[in-house]
Design a protein around this ligand. Sequence first.
Ligand SMILES: [Zn+2]
Length: 301
Amino acid sequence: MHRSLSLAVIAGAIGGLIAASDACAWGDEGHRIVGRIALPLLTPEARRQVDALLAADTDTLTAPDFVARTTWADRWRDSDRNTTKLRYTATQQWHFVDIEITNPDLSDACAGRRPLPDGTPASQGPARDCVVDKVEQFAAELADKSLPQAERILALKFLLHFTGDLHQPLHAADNHDQGGNQVQVLYGGHRVASRLHAYWDTAVVQRIGRDETAAAEDLATTFAADRDAWQRGRPADWALESFAAAKATAYALPSATVPDEHGTPAYALDEAYEQRATATAREQLTKAGFRLATLLNAALR
Ligand SMILES: [Zn+2]
């Protein structure tokens, strides 16, 4: 455990019992920005097949369109979170890959990177798996037209979401704090601390812009020259990038905490931290959008 984090980790542990797996990655806005960046980059053929799959889907957890479906996997996970927890338990670990800051090992974070058991659809795969493997599995299913349409619809919806999750730095890194869920921070004049993870899910995305359509257009234009380079690689490479971003920015916290209004020790994020976080989130969301388009275009030829 990082020494300077220990106080906040201990203090956060109580709240952490409740919020233990509250790792939802980018909030809805972040996911929709990823979708809005990817959509115009689809080939006509990929777009045709995506539209056909979405049109055949009767699920009502979200609106049926491409951008809304980027948030479906969170809705699915949370749909029985307070009742039977069947969907919750089966899928919640698929949203992240907890690569440890102190001892980074992707294989460890992915339960040994075991392939799916023979004949098991990815949507029914073991609960103990990581977002890297799930992106690979669902991309392969989407490309396989011999599979039942229902499974390919699930594959599409999981892929739309998990490609985003993979790029949230705190979904690819962990400091024995559940990806920043047990670390408290203060920012933007708030007097009550909130979780570092939540800061990266939503607060930093709001700094990018409140109009998600404009934000997506701005990001796609700003980083257009980087697109070809960013579209290379595989999900495992992208996870290691997210991990590096987490180390360099998300976990680059002040050396000491201060008490919030209730006496909870929290790291006060200064403007320099927030600016670095915003710059990182802008890049990560854009990479996710570009790469989602790459995965869909490759799968749906
Ligand atoms: Zn998620």
